[in-house]
Design a protein around this ligand. Structure first.
Ligand SMILES: Nc1ncnc2c1ncn2[C@@H]1O[C@H](COP(=O)(O)OP(=O)(O)OP(=O)(O)O)[C@@H](O)[C@H]1O
Ligand SMILES: [Mg+2]
Length: 487
């Protein structure tokens, strides 16, 4: 996608210099309007929304700082660069206070100006992208702490609304870190049961005998260590929701007891014969394929059908990459807020050396700026395959905030090492060989297309770099691209 032409207002009273700079900028693709005074600049500004203003500070009449102030007031997003004479850094600082993005010293090489322009434009782009993402977060795509705007997630939100209004049993399946527990909580908090408890029990975390007592409770002397009578989670969650995590790891005996709870909503405490009736919604989660476990005889089929009344399948993050920028932004804001809190707490520590206090005040200042993710780092976040899904992304952002060391931008080098390695997907698992066979040429063409697209994506469309990534000659890559476009 080609960048739209940038409109630049150039304010300089020295005609020869102005003309020279204008020509060089025009060569770099900028659309230039020239003004020979502050007054003329203000007239141009009232007529047109420039993207950029480059102004000399010392002008006869209205000076550059006042022009910058007027420009920024009218167009808050404008990039304003001031040009200062020798020894007037103080004035430049003053102009920055009044809204300029940066400055260059006179005399300057055109490359210096171009460099300052590029970095200011990049800053502005990130800032507006950031504001855009934040607006998206706040507006539409939030369902009780669940972030996502991909097709898969929007459909999930619709499903959740329906599910929440019922008391049916739900089975949530998905890889680790895809958000099964967040979804379970969201269902509870959007249901009429929200005024009662949501309790979670991880079936794989405790030994079987204890799990049974946790679930059903026990009476005194039911087993060694059972000193008193105790309510189980099922009783505690009466009228609320019980989340049974990793339900696939339950023993056969417990599976049978759980089946009875689902069928009759009744059970006995361990060591007791008195039957207890409860009204509990069960939400179960698993990251193994329960259907397959039923086929293999490792999980009761009747229990599976009782649990699987409303199946919810959490898609892995790599299948909904559109959500990555939104999630990254969400976690960035959260961890930045935490970092700011930490820095403030440190800040108020009494009796410290002055210099240490200054350093922390600086840290507080930095964390106050909204942080952004550099384009390069974002591209890497997008191309990674995220075996640990959202949790892994969350951890990566937390680490990056810590590693950013007070910079207001997350760079490639702040990302964890596993993201910096080239994707080393084991060749054997790339493609499954289905029962009915496949078309080898077609599959290989598909893989080729995918890798070429990804290499171009990673290199920002630079064919030379992309070819190098794939160990191809540039001409070979170009030929392949042509062939792909024809098909
Ligand atoms: N859609 C989402 N929006 C915001 N945060 C999310 C989302 N999905 C997951 N998370 C966050 O990712 C982390 C992992 O989510 P969760 O614990 O629900 O995963 P899980 O599927 O239960 O994983 P596991 O199988 O390992 O238990 C949590 O910190 C959660 O808040
Ligand atoms: Mg979980």
């Amino acid at each position: 996608m080609a960048e739209p032409t940038k409109h630049l207002l150039l304010v300089e009273d020295e005609a020869a210099l102005r003309q020279a700079v204008a020509e060089q900028l025009k060569d770099r693709g900028y659309q230039i309007t020239q003004a020979e005074s502050g007054e003329a600049a203000l007239t141009h500004l009232s007529d047109f929304a420039f993207d950029i203003i480059v102004t000399d500070l010392r002008l006869p009449g209205i000076d550059g700082a006042a022009v910058v102030e007027a420009a920024v007031e009218r167009y808050p997003d404008i990039v304003a660069i001031v040009v200062t004479g020798y020894g007037t850094v103080k004035d430049a600082v003053e102009a920055i206070k009044r809204g300029a993005s940066d400055f260059v010293n006179k005399p300057f090489q055109i490359d210096e100006l171009l460099h300052v322009l590029d970095s200011s434009l990049e800053q502005r782009r990130l800032k507006s992208e950031n504001a855009y993402l934040r607006a998206q977060l706040e507006e539409r795509y939030r369902f009780e702490g669940l972030i996502g705007k991909s097709r898969a997630m929007t459909r999930l939100f619709q499903l959740l609304e329906t599910v929440a209004s019922t008391s049916s049993t739900v089975l949530i399946s998905g890889e680790t870190g895809t958000g099964k527990e967040v979804v379970a909580r969201a269902v509870h908090h959007n249901s009429a049961r929200r005024v009662h408890r949501f309790l979670a029990l991880n079936c794989s975390a405790i030994p079987e005998t204890l799990l049974e007592a946790e679930l059903f409770g026990h009476v005194r002397g039911a087993f060694t260590g059972a000193v008193g009578n105790r309510q189980g989670r099922l009783e505690q969650a009466h009228k609320g929701t019980l989340f049974l995590d990793e339900v696939g790891t339950m023993s056969a005996a417990l599976q049978m007891k759980l089946l009875r709870v689902l069928q009759q909503r009744e059970f006995e405490r361990v060591g007791d014969s008195h039957t207890i009736k409860v009204d509990v919604r069960i939400i179960a989660a698993t990251n193994s394929d329960l259907n397959q476990m039923v086929a293999d005889g490792q999980f009761r089929g009747d229990l599976y059908y009782r649990l699987n009344v409303i199946p919810i399948l959490m898609p892995p993050l790599r299948d909904r990459k559109e959500d990555i920028p939104l999630l990254a932004q969400h976690f960035l804001e959260r961890f930045q807020a935490l970092a700011l809190q930490d820095a403030k707490n440190e800040d108020s520590r009494p009796g410290d050396a002055r210099s240490a206090q200054d350093a922390r005040s600086a840290a507080v200042q930095t964390f106050r700026q909204p942080m952004t993710v550099s384009q390069e780092a974002m591209r890497r976040l997008m191309s990674y395959h995220w075996p640990g899904n959202v949790r892994q992304l969350e951890n990566a952002i937390e680490r990056a905030v810590a590693f950013s060391g007070g910079r207001s931008q997350i760079d490639l080098s702040d990302l964890p090492p596993e993201l910096l390695q080239v994707d080393a997907t084991p060749v054997t698992s790339v493609v499954a060989l289905p029962e009915e066979g496949l078309d080898l040429e077609e599959v290989i063409a598909g893989i080729e297309r995918d890798l070429i697209e990804r290499s171009l994506e990673r290199t920002g469309g630079n064919k030379g770099h992309a070819a190098r990534l794939l160990n191809l000659k540039r001409t070979t890559l170009v030929e392949k691209l042509k062939r792909l476009q024809r098909n």
